[in-house]
Design a protein around this ligand. Structure first.
Ligand SMILES: [Zn+2]
Length: 255
């Protein structure tokens, strides 16, 4: 006899075809962390699976197998986030968030990580389109923080000395945060203005007034976050993140 399935809140962070009618889904679950599962017969007429698409949120019924691949026996949809798919800026950001989740969430019980992902998707979805840019940056940075990979901004990441950021500061992506003047004199770090550091603090934690990001400035912030993700979170580049970083160069999103 097979065991009974585990029921857990889950968000679909990846879907790939498997055979004619089945799919392998990556699920960011609340109880079991990241799980890959086969959903059999999804594409059949009268399939019992509804809304098994990228970013869908619901309750997954997971039957653990002997290997890494579980079997998804049912998915009770809660919120399919369908409106996101028709909004370019928001959808790009949410897709990047899902891709990061699909790479970086550990396969273990970390409810706070699942909750940060869920909040992030909602933050992006709730933002009117002009604000979706900032919401996307905030959702991704806060998810990074929930994963335990936030940059150090209040002291030198190399020697712990206080950093006076009033005139801006050197930001060493490789090392994971800002540098004091002495360490920065060696060069090699990205120079961030005071406003950039303030914006970053807001995006990470939201305890400052939201920054005013024009398009060029927003692109610089996306590029910074993209480099951070590649170095500290996703262990290499992800296409969905790269697409989001390139972002607004083309109104059709193909630039
Ligand atoms: Zn230092």
């Amino acid at each position: 006899m097979a065991g009974s399935p585990t029921l857990t809140p889950a968000i679909v962070v990846g879907v790939v075809r498997y055979g004619e009618t089945s799919r392998i889904v990556r699920l960011a679950t609340r109880e079991l962390g990241l799980q890959s599962a086969i959903a059999k017969g999804v594409a059949r007429p009268r399939s019992r699976f509804v809304g098994l698409q990228l970013l869908s949120e619901g309750t997954a019924h997971l039957l653990q197998g002997r290997g890494e691949l579980a079997t998804l026996t049912a998915f009770d949809p809660l919120d399919l986030h369908t409106p996101l798919a028709s909004r370019l800026i928001a959808f790009r950001a949410a897709s990047a968030l899902a891709a990061v989740a699909g790479r970086a969430i550990p396969p273990a019980h970390h409810p706070e990580v699942h909750d940060a992902l869920r909040h992030g998707i909602r933050l992006i979805e709730a933002a009117p389109e002009p604000a979706a840019e900032i919401a996307g940056l905030a959702a991704l940075w806060r998810f990074v923080a929930a994963l335990g990979h936030a940059p150090v901004l209040d002291r030198c990441v190399r020697d712990g000395r206080p950093v006076d950021a009033a005139g801006g500061a050197a930001f060493a992506i490789e090392e994971g945060g800002v540098l004091c003047a002495t360490c920065a004199s060696g060069g090699g770090a990205t120079r961030l203005a005071h406003e950039d550091l303030q914006a970053l603090a807001f995006l990470l934690a939201g305890d400052a007034p939201p920054p005013d990001l024009d398009a060029r400035y927003a692109r610089a912030h996306r590029r910074l976050l993209g480099r951070w993700l590649t170095r500290h979170v996703t262990d290499g580049p992800l296409p969905a993140v790269e697409g989001w970083v390139r972002g607004d160069d083309s109104p059709l999103g193909v630039g």
